[in-house]
Structures are given as C-alpha cells and as structure tokens.
Design a binder for this molecule. Structure first.
Ligand SMILES: [Zn+2]
Length: 483
C-alpha cells in the first residue's frame, strides 16, 4: 500500500467527524465503524451522494447488490440524469427508482438487458458483471469478463479471490461493491499508482479542484487560466488530474489540450497537400448493414461518403475511399487500405438501426487499453469535431453524443494505427431520422459537415493553420467549440 493512501484514509476517517456545511457530513452508520474494511470508501461515496444507507443509520454492508442498485450507483458516479423515465424493459417501469439510470446506461451500452426483453432488476450482481460494468462505465473498453477482470486487477481496483480465480460468478456485497466503485472513481483508494500521461491547460479562473467527480465533493484547491495540469482519466464529465502536488477532479469543460490565449500565427501560405483522409463507407455487397424505411445502410453511407469525398477533391487535402462501389471490403482490408495509403485520419461512415425504437446521431472512438491504436486523445478530438458538425447539419436529430465512456469497440477503430472515428448518422429505421437519411439534399449537407469536421480537427487539434483558407471555400468558419 502506498504511504499516501494510508494518509488519505486517515484524512477521510477524520473528515467524517469534522462538521461541514455538506448535508451528508453528519451521516454515521452504526454498522460501518471506524475499523470496517470498507469504511473510507463507503463514506466517500456517501459524501458524493453516489450511495446512501439502507436506513438513516445503517448501511447494510453485507447485503447483496441488485442489478438496479448497481445501475443507480454507477449512473450517479458518472453524473447521468437519473430522472425516472420509461425504459424498453418489460420489468422496469418508469416508477422504478433506478429507471432513469437503467435507460441512460443501456443507451450508452454500459449495461445490457436480457434477450427476452427483461432487465431483471432484482437479480443479484456477480463479480464478473461488476467488472464489466466498471470497465465500460470508466472507458476501459473490455468486451469480455476476463478482459475486464484483468483491467481491474492491473489498475489496483480489484483482486482475485482466495482460490486464485477472479470469482466471476460470486455475488458481491454492498461493502465490496463500494470499495471497487470508489477505487474506480478515485485512484487514491487503489493499490497501483495512476500514470498521468497528458498535459492539459485550465481555461477559466478560480477553477475548483475537488475530491470527487461532482460539485457535491469539497474543493481542495483552485486553479487559474493557463495553469498546466496532468490528465489521468475521466469519470463521466470530470477529469482526474494532477496539479502541482495535488490530485483531484475538475470539470472537463474547463481544461483543454491547447494553451489558452496562445497567439495564433497568421494563416500560413503553404497548403496542406501532405494530409490524407481515409473515408470508410461501412458494409457493402452482400452485407447491407442496417435496413429500414426502404433504405439500406450500405447505399446511403456510400452516397454520403461520395459527397464528403467531392469536397476533398476540391481541396489540397487527399481523400481515399476504402470502397467507391457496392463491393465487400473486410474489416482487416479497410485498416490495411488506410495504412497502405498512409492515412492521417480514418473516418468510418455508418447509420444505426434498432427496430425503429431509437433515433439520433452518435460518434465513436476507441479508448480501451486492449487497443493497437495509440491515438486515443486524437481519436476523441476527431470524434467530437465530427459529432458537432453532424448535429449542426442535421439539427433535427437527437444528439446521442460522442461515446463519452470510450466504449467504441469496433475493429476499424481498435485495430487502426491512426486517429479514427466512426460516425452513426442517425437510425435508418427511425421515422424521424429517415427524413434526413432519405434526402439527397440532406446527405450532401452531411458530406459537407464531415468535411468541415475534419478541417476542425486538423486546425484545432493538429495545429494545422494552413487549412484555414479551406473554410471560406465552403462558406464555413472554424469551430468555436473545442474538443
Ligand atoms: Zn454499420
């Protein structure tokens, strides 16, 4: 155990007895005493209102955790909107306390229901399910329980059980779930040091550095515009950072990769002829992709890809399409094509489908650790710029966001070796989205939006000031929203 973990535990234990303005500061559970193994973690989660007692004075640490409780706890940790709402599950009504979290977390593909259309909210959670939930929620991107278990062990969030296995079928107690969740949120509880890999800059004055990922946690310091901080990881919309000798959470809107106020040089006279963009229309030939409303995904994404490509043809930037006809290209073939053509970035075009029951646009990038693609933050920035321009173009669609927790486990993203994003330009089987997907005018507009999104990425993220003149050519201007 790290020395300062012990120090922190001491501070947390002490803090429970220090009166604060916070509503929960006075919570004391009779069944979680100062010697309880999960004492610090439980009170940490209670402080952030991520969990609470089973009564005002008890926590019931040895009770098992149900699937709906797990959804609510992780949902609160991520700062999701927990307002009760209808779900697609037969056994979760809008009256259920966790319905909002279950809906949001299934939309984000963090938690799944069962094939029979049920969610089984009262089923107890197993250690294996817990590992997958934490991996998906916090952006580790595991596709299987065994990978998720390894990720948790590697990070010092969890250990195996006495028999040497991970014990994935064992049920989990409230106290242990609290320990794993608190460790997932705050590395100070972990047994392995967190690496801080990237410098970011504060873009606002008096930014509070907090002990947890919400304003419910107290501030332990303040940062001003231009302060350099080191990024560790994200929990929902909050970044865990190191600033000087302090570590804690700041809202992600107030830190950025470029130094604010840096004077921008005048537009360069050189031309970005060295840049190559790989455009990847999904599916093709015997693989139609999603179908709905009389349309096939393979055809509409090829159409939009051609529009996108036509903008590049009129610019100094080179674009290469992985297919330009109704042919089949394997996933490996797409990645190979991108590498052989020395792509600087890769954009995969898709539409979604879900039995007509969902709608909206979303963009994915791969943030998992099992990736061959090291360009995580680049891919994230690319995804954000694309998604912003997609929503600008088709503003009548629901904004499902950039997969905020890094769950974009697609081959063409994961196995690529360049910044890569996958856009889902609406649901082809949705009554709402088809008004755009089915319109040639709108598809051309989308082709332009993806082109401008790529310019935004090169301009803001790669610092390519020589793409600036290209905006005027298409009556656009540089994105004011930064990644
Ligand atoms: Zn697709």
């Amino acid at each position: 155990m790290k020395k300062w973990v012990m120090l922190l535990c001491f501070l947390l234990i002490a803090s429970v007895f220090i009166p604060r303005s916070h509503a929960d500061a006075s919570v004391i559970f009779s069944d979680v005493g100062t010697t309880h193994r999960a004492q610090a973690e439980i009170y940490y989660l209670v402080e952030g209102e991520i969990t609470s007692g089973t009564t005002a004075t008890t926590f019931s640490p040895d009770e098992e955790v149900t699937r709906q409780e797990a959804a609510a706890l992780i949902g609160r940790a991520l700062g999701l909107n927990g307002e009760r709402q209808d779900t697609n599950f037969s056994d979760v009504t809008s009256g259920s306390f966790a319905s909002g979290y279950i809906k949001e977390m299934t939309d984000l593909k963090i938690i799944n229901g069962y094939p029979d259309g049920s969610f089984k909210p009262y089923q107890t959670l197993t250690r294996g399910q817990m590992a997958l939930l934490i991996s998906r929620a916090f952006g580790y991107g595991a596709g299987s329980v065994s990978v998720a278990a390894d990720q948790l062990i590697d990070r010092g969030i969890s250990q195996g059980i006495a028999d040497g296995t991970f014990g994935e079928t064992h049920t989990i107690k409230r106290a242990d779930f609290a320990v794993f969740l608190a460790r997932g949120i705050n590395e100070k509880f972990r047994t392995v040091d967190q690496a801080f890999s990237q410098t970011m800059y504060v873009n606002v004055n008096d930014l509070n550095l907090r002990t947890g990922p919400s304003t419910k946690y107290p501030a332990i310091g303040q940062l001003d515009t231009g302060a350099a901080v080191q990024y560790g990881y994200a929990i929902g919309d909050w970044n865990y950072i190191k600033a000087g000798d302090k570590t804690g959470f700041v809202h992600s809107a107030y830190v950025q990769l470029t130094k604010p106020g840096t004077v921008q040089p005048p537009p360069a006279t050189s031309s970005p002829t060295d840049l190559t963009v790989i455009i990847d229309p999904g599916h093709g030939d015997h693989d139609p992709g999603g179908v709905g409303n009389g349309y096939q995904e393979k055809n509409v994404v090829l159409n939009i890809a051609r529009h996108m490509n036509s903008y590049f043809e009129q610019s100094p930037i080179t674009a290469k399409m992985t297919r330009n006809s109704d042919t089949f290209v394997s996933l490996g073939g797409r990645v190979q094509f991108a590498q052989q053509n020395k792509g600087d970035i890769f954009v995969s075009l898709h539409t979604n489908a879900l039995n007509g029951s969902a709608n909206g646009q979303e963009t994915f990038y791969y943030a998992g650790t099992a990736s061959n693609n090291p360009y995580v933050s680049d891919s994230r920035a690319l995804a954000i710029y694309l998604q912003n321009r997609m929503m600008e173009a088709w503003s009548g669609l629901k904004n499902r966001g950039v997969n905020p927790f890094g769950y974009g486990n697609f081959y063409v993203l994961r196995e690529n070796t360049m910044p890569a994003a996958l856009v889902e330009m609406g649901f082809i089987d949705s009554d709402i989205d088809i008004k755009y997907i089915g319109s040639e005018t709108e598809r051309k507009r989308m082709g332009r939006a993806l082109y401008i999104g790529v310019l935004d990425y090169f301009y803001h993220y790669e610092g390519r000031k020589d793409v600036l003149p290209l905006y005027a050519d298409v009556n656009a201007s540089v994105s004011k929203r930064l990644h």
